[in-house]
Design a protein around this ligand. Sequence first.
Ligand code: MUC
Ligand code: MG
Length: 369
Amino acid sequence: MIEKIETFLVDVPTIRPHKLSVATMNTQTLVLVRVLCADGIVGWGEATTIGGLNYGEESPESIKTNIDTYIAPLLSGMDASQPAKAMAKVRKAIQGNRFAKCALETALLDAQARRLQVPLSELLGGRVRDALPVAWTLASGDTSKDIAEAENMLDLRRHRIFKLKIGLRPVDDDVAHVLAIKRALGERASVRVDVNQAWSEMDAVRGIARLEAGGIDLVEQPVKADNRAALARLKQRFDVAIMADEALHGPNDAMALARIDGADVYAVKITQSGGLLPALEVATVARLAGIGLYGGTMLEGGIGTAATAQVCSTFPELAWDTELFGPLLLTQEVLREPLVYRDFMLQVPTGPGLGVEIDDDKLHAMQRH
Ligand code: MUC
Ligand code: MG
């Protein structure tokens, strides 16, 4: 039986300012959800967003309040061993709030997988891979600092895929910044860009032509999320891979975009999809439509990152790798043991549930009061 659902806000400084077109992050706020079950099993979930309300329509505070006030009360007393039934009730009664639903579904599935003593991946169809290649985002805002950071990551054998955040500066300046980094790294790394919706279609045509010529491998969400037609036109026009990110708010968007042949790659995000099972549906639509997969992040800490890793471990094809580096951007950790990054890969935890353990003392010290 579900006895209690608790939520915590945890503010964690980043290791350096992280500059996106929509926000500059100096801290990340984790919304953590703890589900306590009558049989003593505890499940954890997490949701994060970027820059309060700069990235999406849920803020950390709204996620916490909406779970506490409206969502948790629906579940009290329900059978904890039936997470799908619990989530069906939530999805029927609650509009929107995808991030909140994701945090809750993660906690319910973590608890159930622990109860069955299997890794969470085994409740999601079963894993086909134990390690995931991980990109790093260069977003210091300074070209030479970004190059030094990339060189360091290559030396450490931590990352050899780099995503550059652009869209804040004029197109020509952004292109010059990206191509300088690509020239410095050459064939040693895959260089990709994320425009976070900042370009008009005309900007995108001009910018992407030059990025493609300069050897950039992928362009993520160049135009506004709701301008699917423009994304589709860019996909038809260019050979370089065009990835949908903010355009995907779950399986229905995945289907609508697939119908118009709107992207080469989908960024699969558990929060944006509204949960782990909807994220699997996004991935299934992509697979059936011949669209490549990428494991995306909302810069989660260890819990959300482990949850996405469990999901991605079940993908038969993961052509565009992942960006599950969230914990590495943060200065502090709520896990007892951090996730393991080795040889350019995140090792998918093998223990029961999410495969991570929360340090209650650390949580107590870090949580917002
Ligand atoms: C996004 O738009 O993809 C992912 C990596 C990163 O640096 O920002 C996020 C959000
Ligand atoms: Mg993105």
